[in-house]
Design a protein around this ligand. Sequence first.
Ligand SMILES: C[S@@+](CC[C@H](N)C(=O)[O-])C[C@H]1O[C@@H](n2cnc3c(N)ncnc32)[C@H](O)[C@@H]1O
Length: 225
Amino acid sequence: MPEVNLLARYPRAKRNIAARLTHKEENRAVAMQFGREYFDGTREQGYGGYRYDGRWIPVAEDIVRHFGLKAGDRVLDVGCAKGFLVKDLMKIQPGLEVFGIDVSEYAVMHAEAELAGRLHVGNAVHLPFPDGSFAAVLSINTIHNLDRDGCLRALKEMERVAPGRGYVQVDAYRTAAERKVFEDWMLTARTYGTPEDWVAILREAGYTGDYFWTILEVDPEWTIT
Ligand SMILES: C[S@@+](CC[C@H](N)C(=O)[O-])C[C@H]1O[C@@H](n2cnc3c(N)ncnc32)[C@H](O)[C@@H]1O
């Protein structure tokens, strides 16, 4: 169960933390529905426009290399949103069979037409696939949106469909300063803590795949006051 950062080449975003503090509770309630506002509403409500721009291509390359994925292998992305990673994995490894599942009907309904049939509306706590049916299962910045029991169930499901062949990334913080930035910024997370807290959850779930953290480090370029 190695700690490995497969998102090392994902670009960093500029964040206006101060703007997020306005109407935080209303925006949080809207964001947690994972509908249009979360993906394509304002930045205060979520992504502020979730559009394909190829930023997942380097991450897809690292995932294919890390898991030694080849044509014919099946991969599942849990919390796939509009399927950008699904698309890019198939782009950089032709013949790979990539699928996604997401609780957001809005996201799945607004995926590119080329992904039709590959993305499904569903919940991470119940993956409607047979045991061991994937060569790798990914879940990036998704399961922290569940409560602790839901996280355990989702991790068990990942382990079931691809034993020892998972990659999960979740929000975390290491210091009080990082926790403050995280709590000011985040809209939808229900379970969060330090990397050590998460390792305890991974172990409790019997998860044996790989993992890493999304940590909002205090960045002087962000507007935080
Ligand atoms: C921060 S986005 C991450 C999307 C994508 N994985 C990425 O990294 O860009 C969180 C995603 O998790 C999905 N989600 C939230 N709760 C979920 C659940 N219980 N089961 C499946 N997907 C869920 C949301 O709809 C959203 O697409």
